[in-house]
Structures are given as structure tokens and as C-alpha cells.
Design a protein around this ligand. Structure first.
Ligand SMILES: Cc1ncc(COP(=O)(O)O)c(C=O)c1O
Length: 481
């Protein structure tokens, strides 16, 4: 934290002021119980009107700045050849350095195009860690994913500053034993989402690229969470201390063959793009943009959003702005650690992650502990988080469960959205829930879709634990909401 308090207290400080607000509702616990039951104990299926603090995701729900909103008013509305698009293209070239740009409506749309072009039956895509949609797009095209995360990455508690690093020994061994003929690309995910928003070090980015070059394998950067990763490099890596965020971005990005991102995160708006180094590779993907997304100068995005992303990309190069998410998350994580709540450490980007296995040691993976915990938290607080554990996995082809290595409840902090007292409320309710954790039981599916089941699947509690929790809440909080 750059600003010290006279009291010595370590507080994250908002480096912005609020000028437009949205009213929130906190409905009574009896109504929250009805809402979560109707949602099949799946927080994706809750209606937003029933949610108090929406910590489901940081995707597409970050607060926009005055400059972003102003830019939307001057968007050049044209199907083809919009000036807005050319500004966006130039901004990407300037910041990420790759020359050929393909717009797409969000991150998974970029993944669709990349994987349709590069992945065929039997291919293997090595990566530091998968993201749900990135893995599904590889498998739907007949490929599989191999995760080569550094061992430290899967330890819930660690003091390693770069838990998202790819294990280069494992990668080289894989190239040697498997060969590279069926390796269409190596995917590197900045700010690794599913292990708690954990960053990759500057050296690891560079050494991964160097190793792939040695074996002549294409490199793809998923830059959706790059802004958090940049902040962590700047603040955790001594060698980066005197470099600007812009220079670090160039240093990381300039050697990748392909970079894609979800502008629902990187860019503080809604959209996405694929940036390509080599014209030949760009031409392979180009025709799929009008086929799936829209003409090459909007790619499924509204021109207003494209204007906002262009401004948002510049804001992502401002250390004061990109420090906000990580600093508020660090505060939340530290407060929970002080209260002995099991959380992923060190604090990462995008959100605070509760360790559901540690929180609910009496539940096994088959009980979907992260799903149970996130439902219980909604019930007692109106805070909506996201299950990131076994429920978010896909079953094996033989129908058996894939038990997630980590059972996490993600409490995302959309950038520039929540105030400190709202974060304190969430902490207070989590601490209460931990004291009453023995009341929480497991969940089971009664409606389970075959693909991306965490989005639409419906579950029920294994016994009547929600009633018990509600009763205890009423005893302790009386008529408080
Ligand atoms: C690392 C990462 N890659 C890809 C995506 C997919 O992006 P989108 O949600 O815009 O489709 C996400 C979204 O959360 C993400 O976090």
C-alpha cells in the first residue's frame, strides 16, 4: 500500500470516487432460503434482485470510469469500417505489440476460433492450468489438456509469490517423451483463475516462450487477467520494481505468437480480441470471425463497448487503477486469515477464495463441499459467490466424477465496485458461518447437464441442513437481515 495510515492500520484506499450508484436489496433470510431452493442450490441460477453483494464474478461487472462512459458517446456506429474499431486496433498494437487483430464478443469466442483452427483429434494442449471454457474448447475439437502447473500452485497455503508458474522441467520432459507433432500450442494463462487468481513471474513468462521456441511450438497467452498479473510482478518481483506497467506488458507480450483476452476483465468493459504476431496465422483464423462473431470491424461487440475497452486498456496500464482489486482482496484475505478461516494464500487477483475442504472438513468431494459452502453463504448473508471445485469439473466419459484438486468458493471483487464496509460485512458473515460450519451438509444433483453443468445444473441438500442453519441464524441475529 502506497498510503500509510497514522494509526498504522493497513487499509486499502479507494483511488476513485463514486458518482453513479445502484441501489441494493438485502432480502430476509426466509426469502433467501426460498431463492436458493428455487435456484437448485446453484448460485448461477439466482436472480440478481435476490442478491445483496454479487461476488459471483469479476467478468463484465467492473465499474466503468467517467472517461469510459464519455467515450461511449462518441462511438462511430458503422457495420463496416467504424473509426471506433481502428482506434481499438491501434490501442492493442500499442499496448500488446502484436500487429494483427481479430475482434470477438468475449473470451470464449476467441477460444472457439483458436481451437477450431489449431486443435484436431488426438492433440494435446499443455498449459499452466485450465480455465473451464478454455478446456471445453480444446476437448470439443477432439484434443485434451495437460496441466503443468508448478507444484506450489496447488498448495492452498503458500508464501510463493507466483503460484501460477508453469513447471518448465515438466514441459520439457513432456516435449521429449510425447514429441511435439500433436501439440498445436502451449497455453499460458496470466493471473491463473481457477487456482485463486495466482500470477506468473516475469522470468517464467520469458522462459516458457524460450523453451517453446527451442521446440518450435506455438505459444498462446490468455491475457484475460493480465492486469492483476502485471500488478503482482511490479510489487512482488524486485527486478521489476523500476519498470513501468507499460514496459512490463511489452516485455511479456511481444514474444507470444497469439494473445487473446476477455475484455469483460482486461479492458473493464465487455468484449474480446485475438492478437496475432504473424500474418499467416492471422489469415488462418480471419474467416471464422465473420462466421461466428460479426464483421471484422466489430466482431460481435457494440461499438460503444469497443470505445470503452479502448479507454479501459489504457486504464489497465495505470498502476493506481490496477492496484485496487489486489489491494482490496489482500485486505479481505488477511482479515479472514486473522480469524482462522481457511482461504487461499497468498492473496491473488480477481477475488478472495475460501478453501471449502478446510472450511467443511466433515464433507467429502462427493458432497460438493464448495457448492454447499457457497449456497450456505448466500443463505446467511445474501453474498453470492461461485463454486470452483468438483461441480465445475466435467465427468469422465465413463460417467465417473473428476474430483477437483481444489474445492474453492470464489468471492470475486469486481474492480472499483465494492466499498470497504461491504467487504467488512462479507467478512463478518463468513466468520459467523465458520463458527457454525458443522450445521452445513452436502448437495446432490437432481438435474445434471452433460456439459458445463455448473452453469445450469440443479441440486438439493442431502438433509435438511438449510433449515438448521436458518434457525441458528435467527437465534444469533434475531431480527437483523
Ligand atoms: C482466464 C480466463 N480465460 C477465459 C475466460 C473466458 O472469458 P469470457 O467469460 O469473456 O468468455 C475467462 C472468464 O472468466 C477467464 O477468466
Amino acid at each position: 500500500m502506497k498510503i500509510k495510515m497514522f494509526s498504522g492500520e493497513k487499509l486499502p484506499l479507494e483511488m476513485h470516487k463514486v458518482r453513479i450508484v445502484q441501489k441494493l436489496n438485502l432480502i430476509p433470510i426466509e426469502e433467501r432460503k426460498k431463492a436458493i431452493e428455487e435456484a437448485g442450490f446453484n448460485t448461477f441460477l439466482l436472480r440478481n434482485r435476490d442478491v445483496f453483494l454479487d461476488m459471483l464474478t469479476d467478468s463484465g461487472v467492473n465499474a466503468m470510469s467517467d472517461n469510459q462512459l464519455a467515450s461511449m458517446m462518441i462511438a462511430d456506429d458503422a457495420y463496416a469500417g467504424s473509426e471506433t474499431y481502428y482506434k481499438f486496433e491501434e490501442k492493442l498494437r500499442e499496448i500488446l505489440t502484436l500487429q494483427y487483430i481479430l475482434p470477438a464478443h468475449q473470451g470464449r469466442a476467441c477460444e472457439n476460433i483458436i481451437n477450431q483452427v489449431y486443435v484436431k483429434q488426438g492433440d494435446i494442449v499443455p498449459m499452466n492450468f485450465h480455465f473451464t471454457t478454455s478446456k471445453s474448447h480444446v476437448t470439443i475439437n477432439g484434443g485434451s489438456v495437460i496441466e503443468l502447473l508448478t507444484e506450489e500452485g496447488l498448495k492452498v497455503n503458500s508464501d510463493h509469490p507466483f503460484k501460477g508458474n508453469l513447471d518448465l522441467v515438466k514441459l520439457e520432459n513432456f516435449f521429449k517423451s510425447n514429441g511435439t507433432a500433436n501439440v498445436p500450442y502451449v497455453r499460458v494463462e496470466a493471473g491463473t483463475n481457477l487456482i485463486g487468481g495466482q500470477p506468473i513471474s516475469l522470468d517464467n513468462f520469458k522462459n516458457t516462450i524460450a523453451l517453446c521456441k527451442k521446440y518450435n511450438v506455438r505459444t498462446v497467452l490468455d491475457a484475460s487477467l493480465l492486469q492483476d498479473n502485471l500488478y503482482f510482478i511490479k510489487t512482488r518481483d524486485e527486478s521489476a520494481k523500476n519498470k513501468t506497467i507499460r514496459d512490463l506488458t511489452k516485455e511479456i507480450c511481444s514474444e507470444f505468437d497469439i494473445i487473446y483476452f476477455s475484455a469483460r476483465k482486461f479492458g473493464f468493459a465487455r468484449g474480446g480480441a485475438i492478437c496475432v504476431k504473424d500474418e499467416k496465422e492471422y489469415l488462418k483464423m480471419k474467416t471464422l470471425v465473420p462466421l461466428y462473431e460479426g464483421f471484422l470491424t466489430y466482431g460481435g461487440m457494440s461499438v460503444r463497448e469497443i470505445e470503452a475497452i479502448t479507454v479501459g486498456l489504457d486504464e489497465s496500464m495505470d498502476e493506481d487503477i490496477i492496484s485496487q482489486g489486489p489491494q482490496f482482496i489482500e485486505y479481505m484475505v488477511n482479515e479472514l486469515v486473522k480469524a482462522n478461516i481457511p482461504v487461499v494464500t497468498p492473496a491473488g487477483g480477481l477475488g478472495c477464495h475460501l478453501n471449502a475442504k478446510g472450511f467443511l472438513p466433515h464433507l467429502g468431494s462427493k458432497d460438493y463441499p464448495a457448492g454447499a459452502l457457497v449456497s450456505a453463504l448466500y443463505l446467511i448473508s445474501g453474498v453470492r459467490g461461485m463454486e470452483r471445485g468438483t461441480l465445475s469439473e466435467q465427468r469422465n466419459p465413463d460417467g465417473s466424477e473428476v474430483y477437483a484438486e481444489m474445492e474453492l468458493v470464489r468471492l470475486a471483487l469486481p474492480r472499483r465496485v465494492f466499498t470497504l464496509s461491504q467487504i467488512k460485512y462479507a467478512i463478518d458473515r463468513i466468520v459467523w458461518l465458520h463458527k457454525n460450519k458443522d450445521l452445513i451438509g452436502g448437495l446432490e444433483f437432481y438435474d445434471e447437464p452433460a456439459i458445463l453443468r455448473f452453469f445450469f445444473g440443479r441440486l438439493k441438500p442431502v438433509n435438511n441442513w438449510p433449515e438448521k442453519l436458518l434457525k441458528k441464524f435467527k437465534e444469533d441475529f434475531k431480527d437483523s437481515l
